[in-house]
Design a protein around this ligand. Structure first.
Ligand code: F3S
Length: 397
């Protein structure tokens, strides 16, 4: 790879050990993927933050990097394994909390903003169209590439940290125009509405892409979509299809930039949506846990939950997972009080997937197709998908 003098100096250790290690990681990646050079990144988002994923080995790597590593660009974190302020109320054990805080402290020492969220684009880590970034969380990668039109590959934890410390990423993959063309035309012939339904649609398309071995769909037939619907769709299509970029006619910014694919066409009808929704419901199950906010809830979603919960009492464990800055807005405008007076709990900084709650509940109800996938696969819960209204109804039943 062609390196600038500064990049070569980093590689030679002139900027310290962490920068050297980071440049080694990035040049190795660049060589594997045939990148010609490095490019500057505007911002970074790091995943693999939960102590449950990091373990002692991950913590050791972070501590070493934190000895002399400092980030050069705006960097935030993916959800951690617990709410950093409210972990006891969510039933997290003391030992786990201690270790999770050790990890967060190591990130903080490097100058990383320790806001732990999978929706960095809602809380100020917000690139604009065409900007290069290095993000790791799959739903956020898909959202930034597709909905914002920023450019990122899906980074691993170490490569994202390396980009934060150097301010660079190797120029390959989704950073290049030639890899951003739609490959398969998907026609949606039914109305799609709500975060749950966009999640169902994401699963259908994701499953199809895996089946036909394609990565970038070009979707038509969706007349409009909210930020919340798109973030749910991104989480789902990334989970089921490994998708990091899609184009949606009239909705995403690059839909007209490249030729519309015409060789492969796949149609989605109402019966496909109905069938796939059924696949995300494990029959007539007992629900003892309800969670909304996968990906992290926006202030708009929290407002809606507050209006649905006003004057009611929840009968089941009910989490609203969101970013700490979003929770602070909800506190200020009074939504948090309404929600907490009803007995529901905020789980900021974390979510129902990364928190260590495996086996703690029998059945979870969510509005997210991604949470269904991990609720089953990781936490061994039975699952049921429904709209936000249905989830609230279930919680107060
Ligand atoms: Fe975010 Fe957790 Fe869902 S990280 S996308 S809320 S699984």
């Amino acid at each position: 790879m062609k390196l600038t003098t500064e990049e070569q100096d980093m590689l030679d250790g002139k900027y310290g050990k962490a920068a050297q290690k980071s440049m080694e990681i990035l040049t190795t990646l660049g060589e594997i993927f045939d990148a010609e050079c490095m490019i500057d990144v505007y911002g970074v988002q790091i995943a693999g933050v939960s102590y449950a994923n990091l373990g002692e080995a991950g913590l050791e790597f972070l501590s070493e990097m934190a000895e002399d590593g400092k980030v050069r660009v705006l960097t935030t974190l993916n959800p951690a394994g617990m709410d950093r302020e409210n972990w006891q109320a969510l039933g997290i054990d003391k030992e786990f909390a201690k270790n999770q805080n050790r990890a967060i402290d190591a990130f903080a020492k490097m100058g990383i903003i320790t806001t732990c969220s999978c929706t960095p684009y809602l809380i100020g880590n917000s690139p604009h169209f065409g900007q290069h970034i290095a993000w790791a969380e799959s739903s956020a990668v898909c959202y930034s590439n597709s909905v914002i039109g920023a450019r990122t590959n899906r980074e691993g934890g170490p490569s994202a940290l390396a980009s934060a410390i150097t301010g660079k990423t190797p120029k390959y993959g989704y950073h290049l125009d030639k890899n951003r063309h739609g490959e398969v035309l998907i026609k949606v012939n039914a109305p799609v509405k709500g975060t749950d339904e966009f999640g169902v649609l994401g699963k259908i398309i994701g499953d199809k892409l895996v089946e036909i071995g394609k990565k970038i769909p070009y979707i038509t037939g969706i007349p409009n979509a909210t930020v919340e619907e798109l973030k749910s769709f991104c989480a789902s299509i990334a989970t089921y299809g490994g998708t990091a970029l899609f184009h949606m006619q009239e909705i995403t910014p690059e839909y007209n930039e490249y030729p519309k694919p015409s060789n492969i066409t796949f149609e989605i009808n109402q019966e496909d949506l109905d069938k796939t929704r059924k696949e995300l419901i494990d029959g007539d199950i007992e629900i003892d846990f309800v969670s909304i906010g996968c990906p992290h809830a926006s202030i708009h979603e929290i407002e809606k939950i507050a209006s649905l919960l006003k004057g009611k009492n929840v009968k089941k464990e009910f989490w609203i997972t969101t970013a700490r800055p979003t929770k602070r807005i909800a506190d200020e405008v009074g939504y948090s009080k309404i929600i907490e007076d009803a007995g529901a709990k905020f789980a900021a900084d974390t979510c129902c997937v990364v928190a260590p709650i495996k086996g703690r509940f029998k059945g979870i109800m969510v509005d997210s197709a991604k949470a269904c996938y991990y609720g089953r696969a990781k936490n061994k819960f039975k699952v049921k998908i429904g709209s936000v209204e249905d989830c609230v109804k279930e919680a107060i039943k």
